[in-house]
Write a protein that binds this ligand. Structure first.
Ligand code: DUC
Ligand code: ZN
Ligand code: ZN
Length: 485
């Protein structure tokens, strides 16, 4: 009788470091052994012949069932989003708990826990801080972090949710005291406001003008400022959704100086372009996200930054806004509106791994191990999930994706398995596709059919870890985070 419940047999096991032909033995939902010709007697055998066996993807930036200030929410429920994740080979997410003005964090987080527990994909949260008033900073942030939500998120732009520089400093200091990472949406609020007002006054209001209102320079400036202020507090940060080499250079310079600054990008910046928004009528709204997709040269520059390690995580920034449904999603405020009133964001939970694999590995830009690092291992390490998640090793959760590297697929919305009525990647040809997804030892997707039980999701509490410890270096030698201001 073998020591395993299941054996994934005959695949090429790929981790962030290696690619070896081996079997993976699973017992009780965790990896028990990796080896040649494991004993399969009495175990369920999952044939991986001709396939890659990789860690399930970890998507550390996705907006699932996120509430809006008016009480409505992004369209995918956790249940549907879980199906989309499994369809695309992703087995863990870090999504958002969004605070709005005047709210204490405890009840906000509790509501997101209630919703996420109804899904199937393992989850954690970034706590969005929109209103860092005294009780939030002094009491709520330490409580939220102690409960296992070890990352905060701030927006430096957007009317309803942004923090100003002084508020950002407050959040950085609170994170430093509590031992949390801060993630940042970095675009310059006033510059975008200025440009947008000019565009609207000039009658340039179609979706194609969205990128005109937020060119690279506004992202570059905010990235530089976000890093400089983090340096002042000595607080580690990750810059979200880097759209091109301009902001990536700011990150590279900070990293070269030894600062704890990391960069993330998303598939939309690897395959979409500003020109996609230049379509007749309202069609361009399908591609509107912020920062805006740029051009082909920026895409190649991004790959350079990825290969250099400046950008070491690729997440989806999945945002559930349908295109054709009246009164919601992209049409929330109608279609006869300036681009300023079209909700930002594109869906991408299921498309993330196939696009990164196809554009990266199949086109020869990165190797298999880099693919695993970018989509699973590095996000797990940066956000305190490693080695339980993000690798294939004895003791790790048996979260696996069985991948056919040669399968050619044309992306179409039904394959995405989300609640959104379109994908911005419709018609994109990819090489490489997930054949099966295994979450904690259960086969939850095979041949595009998802079979997971709603309510099987688990919260991933994240304790302290070394990677995000501050350096103890201050520009003026004075640790202001030690003082509650
Ligand atoms: N940009 C964001 O900052 N959030 C959601 C979607 C988007 O495009
Ligand atoms: Zn953002
Ligand atoms: Zn986002």
């Amino acid at each position: 009788m073998s020591d395993f419940d299941q054996v994934v047999r005959g695949g090429v096991v790929v981790t962030g470091a290696d690619a070896v032909r081996a079997d993976v033995g699973i017992w009780g939902g965790t990896v028990a052994a990796i080896g040649q010709d494991l004993d399969t007697s009495g175990a369920q055998v999952i044939d991986a012949g001709g396939l890659l066996v990789m860690p399930g993807g970890i998507d550390t930036h996705c907006h699932i069932e996120q509430l809006e200030p008016d009480g409505t929410s992004y369209e995918d429920t956790f249940e549907i989003a879980s199906a989309a994740c499994f369809a695309g080979g992703t087995t863990s997410v870090i999504t958002f708990a969004a605070q709005f003005k005047g709210q204490r964090l405890g009840p906000v987080l509790a509501e997101y826990h209630r919703r996420a527990a109804l899904g199937m994909v393992d989850y954690s949260f970034h706590q969005i801080i929109n209103d860092p008033f005294d009780a939030v900073i002094a009491e709520d942030v330490p409580e939220v972090v102690a409960s296992g939500v070890r990352s905060l998120k701030v927006f430096l732009t957007y009317d309803d949710v942004r923090v100003n520089d002084r508020q950002y400093l407050r959040v950085l200091a609170a994170a430093r005291r509590a031992g949390a990472l801060v993630t940042v949406h970095a675009e310059n609020y006033d510059a975008i406001g200025w440009l947008t007002e000019a565009l609207v006054k000039a009658g340039m209001t179609a979706p194609k003008y969205h990128p005109w209102g937020r060119p690279t320079v506004v992202e570059r400036e905010a990235t530089h400022r976000a890093i400089a202020l983090a340096e002042l507090i000595d607080q580690p940060i990750q810059i979200f959704h880097v759209s091109g080499p301009g902001p990536a250079e700011e990150i590279a310079r900070a990293q070269a100086r030894g600062l704890k600054v990391w960069g993330e990008t998303c598939p939309q910046y690897l395959v979409l372009q500003a020109a996609d928004m230049d379509r007749p009528g309202f069609e361009g709204a399908k591609f509107m996200c912020s920062p805006a997709p740029r051009g082909k040269a920026e895409t190649e520059g991004l790959w350079e930054a990825i290969r250099a390690g400046t950008i070491d995580v690729i997440s989806s920034d999945h945002s559930g806004h349908s295109f054709s449904k009246e009164g919601i999603g992209k049409r929330r405020f109608g279609t006869d509106v300036p681009f300023t009133q079209i909700p930002n964001g594109v869906p991408g939970l299921a498309a993330r791994l196939p696009i990164v694999f196809s554009e990266g590995v199949s086109k020869g830009r990165i190797d298999l191990q880099a693919f695993v690092r970018l989509t699973a291992t590095n996000p797990a390490k940066l956000f305190g999930l490693y080695p339980r998640k993000g690798t294939i090793a004895p003791g790790a959760d048996a979260d696996l994706v069985l991948w056919d590297p040669a399968k050619k697929v044309t992306i179409t919305n039904s394959l995405m398995q989300h609640a959104i009525d379109y994908t911005p990647y419709e018609g994109l040809d990819v090489t490489g596709w997930p054949v099966a997804t295994i979450a904690r030892g259960q086969v939850v997707m095979r041949d595009d059919v998802v079979t997971a039980e709603p309510g099987s999701a688990r919260f991933l509490a994240r304790g302290p870890y070394d990677m995000i410890k501050p350096r103890g270096v201050f520009p003026n030698g004075f640790d202001t985070s030690a003082i509650m201001i």
